[in-house]
Design a protein around this ligand. Sequence first.
Ligand code: 5GP
Ligand code: MG
Ligand code: MG
Length: 184
Amino acid sequence: MDATDMGSDLQQVLITEEQIGQRLDEMAAQIDADYAGRDPLLVGVLKGAVYVMADLSRRLHMSAPMDWMAVSSYGSGTKSSGVVRILKDLDTDVTDRHILIVEDVIDSGLTLSWLVGNLSSRGAASVEIATLLRKPDAAKVEVDVKYVGFDIPTEFVVGYGLDYAERYRNLPFIGTLRPEVYGG
Ligand code: 5GP
Ligand code: MG
Ligand code: MG
């Protein structure tokens, strides 16, 4: 794979940079309204949620603190293993905190369902989810998601934080890759 020219690896742009920005404006306004006076802790899931966290949090009108977790459910491939491991835990004590998990994508829902249970068991006052993308047809477990950017088809996407084998996270939009890129 020669990934030095990302443009030629692309199959399709699904969601443009402008569409993402407009939707984040709406989501941030909703979050501002819902969390007024509650001082939420934003919890980003590394590494995919880095771009969503940066662009969503800077649209908020409250000085929301943020923390990060790294969990692994995928390895370097394109299929969920269903096994969640904590690679990096929070630095913050979440007892009695209102937590808003910030995610890039919900696919099977296995990772987030596990994460919500994990954070709730630490005594959080509330745990809600904001995700840029959701694949409704891929859900294996029911997860209650309060803020969804876009529902997308059950396809493997990259860009705006989402990787394939650690590449393509820095594309400013959401897209799909040509099959040849996967060595398929
Ligand atoms: P789930 O546990 O919901 O199946 O998947 C959770 C994680 O798998 C996501 O946070 C993301 O890191 C990864 N993932 C799921 N779907 C995609 C996708 O279409 N593209 C990429 N790059 N990662 C995905
Ligand atoms: Mg993620
Ligand atoms: Mg990944």
